[in-house]
Design a protein around this ligand. Structure first.
Ligand code: SAM
Length: 232
């Protein structure tokens, strides 16, 4: 069933050496994407040195991966992980990673097919991530679908739990109504404090135009709204 895909029971089953093989001396051109074409199995606890999380930046709903590649270029010492639910899109990002790795780049970027609304704490440890990016998420306009929004009070607590102290969350959208929702829930949340001098944050500049959706909004001369918060 194409809508079903495996997930780890807990982060001890996640083998980061298959996602960032160069760091661990493995074949950098072999892909593990958790898609039909590039499956992963999560049945055993992997070696502790492979399961210790090395991810710094998480891109939730990464789509075609523009931000992941931009982060890789701009932050050479950081490990970026994209999560995306659509199998074909994940395969596309995977193939791009392989092509770049063949040229000696993108060893610090990886991607996986998963539903981030369900499985994040099975991949990452408490206080482990430096930045979480949520770029142009689906707006889910109808009130009955608000619970499907990727920013909601319960998930914000989860994001805060996974971020390091002073770690940052970035939300950008072209939908003003959704931005107001982001602001409302982030400003209300006890674990987050809004960053005022967003211009000083180089990652905030990067998300403006590096995602495919952001570029589309730019071409259509649409507005963009951003909020950055720090974990307190
Ligand atoms: N961030 C990308 C960009 O700015 O170009 C993609 C934006 S697109 C409008 C939203 C993406 O989130 C889609 O690719 C969608 O498949 C993905 N998505 C939606 N719900 C998701 C979920 N629960 N887990 C993982 N990805 C999800």
């Amino acid at each position: 069933n194409e809508t079903l895909f495996p997930y780890p029971l807990n982060y001890n089953q996640v083998d980061w050496s298959s996602h960032y093989p160069k760091k661990f001396g493995k074949d950098p051109l072999k892909l593990y994407l958790n898609t039909l074409e590039y499956p992963i199995t999560y049945d055993d606890q992997v070696k502790p040195e492979y399961s210790e999380s090395i991810v710094d930046f998480l891109d939730i709903g990464c789509g075609f991966g523009g931000l992941c590649f931009a982060l890789s270029e701009n932050y050479p010492d950081k490990y970026t992980f994209g999560m995306e639910i659509r199998g074909k899109v994940v395969n596309f990002v995977g193939e791009k990673i392989r092509a770049l790795r063949d040229e000696g780049q993108a060893h610090d970027v990886s991607v996986i097919r998963t539903n981030t609304m369900r499985h994040l704490p099975q991949y990452f440890r408490k206080n482990s991530l430096e930045k979480i990016f949520i770029c142009f998420p689906d707006p889910h306009f109808k009130k009955k679908n608000f619970r499907r929004r990727i920013v909601n009070p319960g998930l914000l607590s989860e994001y805060a739990y996974l971020l390091k102290p002073s770690g940052r969350i970035y939300c950008i959208t072209d939908v003003e109504e959704l931005h107001n929702w982001h602001v409302q829930h982030l400003e209300k949340h006890k674990m987050f404090k809004r960053v005022q001098d967003v211009e000083q944050d180089s990652a905030a500049k990067l998300i403006w135009n590096s995602t495919e959706e952001g570029q589309k909004v730019e071409r259509n001369k649409g507005s963009k709204f951003i909020i950055v918060c720090e974990k307190v």
